[in-house]
Design a protein around this ligand. Structure first.
Ligand SMILES: NC(=O)c1ccc[n+]([C@@H]2O[C@H](COP(=O)([O-])OP(=O)(O)OC[C@H]3O[C@@H](n4cnc5c(N)ncnc54)[C@H](OP(=O)(O)O)[C@@H]3O)[C@@H](O)[C@H]2O)c1
Length: 195
């Protein structure tokens, strides 16, 4: 079991649920809300950082933590949506790749964005294990994200390089469409089935 310190920036629906799941798994985890000093202190103290803030807050958070994030695993949970709940970008880049450009010395991984917060403290929906897709360019950072996801209870699947966040972000948007626009609600989740 990893002893790495995990910091979660954002203690809302997602950050709070991930923190509960990791606490239950016995991990060293701290989640903080929109408090600049606490965010920076948490980032400085953590080896793995999970960014669970609104997409529009990423730029400010990245600027705040840039000086203390070198070499660290940064797990980007955000869905790249505008305030009108439309995809903010895609096809030729992704929110995660843009975050990596803002934090060039950190090791950014995209994960968790394709599931609803309601299942993020258990990784399960009833007796079914949900799948977290992990995209990133650094093998060790992806290993950290896989470890975090499996500790909570998810199955984790390597989804390739960080550029594949271009696929995961629209997939997260599809999940939101299904749940909130097309009437399926949040008691749904993504699960990879193997034959
Ligand atoms: N909800 C879901 O089911 C779901 C699923 C997958 C991905 N996501 C993504 O996960 C992210 C968080 O979603 P959520 O539902 O957890 O939102 P939320 O409940 O509104 O929580 C957002 C959190 O971000 C914090 N925050 C806002 N601006 C910040 C800043 N500049 N610096 C530091 N912290 C800041 C807020 O702090 P304060 O409370 O102190 O303002 C709050 O703790 C979003 O990008 C969303 O697209 C959500």
């Amino acid at each position: 079991m990893t002893t790495k310190k995990i910091g979660i920036i954002g203690d809302g629906n997602v950050g709070g649920a991930l923190a509960r799941g990791l606490q239950r798994a016995g991990r060293d985890v701290r989640a903080v809300g929109d408090d600049k000093a606490a965010v920076r202190e948490t980032a400085a103290q953590s080896e793995i950082l999970i960014l669970a803030v609104p997409f529009g807050a990423l730029e400010a958070v990245a600027a705040n933590i840039a000086a203390v994030s070198a070499g660290k695993t940064i797990i980007d949970v955000t869905n790249a949506l505008t305030t009108e709940m439309k995809l903010a970008l895609g096809y030729s880049t992704s929110g995660a790749e843009e975050l990596q450009k803002k934090l060039p010395n950190a090791r950014v991984v995209k994960a968790f964005n394709t599931q609803f917060a309601q299942h993020m403290d258990s990784g399960r929906l009833g007796d079914q294990r949900l799948t977290v897709f992990v995209a990133g360019d650094d093998a060790a950072a992806k290993g950290d994200a896989v470890d975090v996801a499996t500790a909570i209870g998810f199955e984790a699947v390597d989804a390739g390089p960080l550029a594949n966040a271009r696929l995961l972000e629209p997939l997260g948007y599809l999940n939101i469409q299904l749940g909130y626009v097309l009437g399926l609600g949040t008691q749904i989740g993504m699960r990879l089935v193997r034959g």
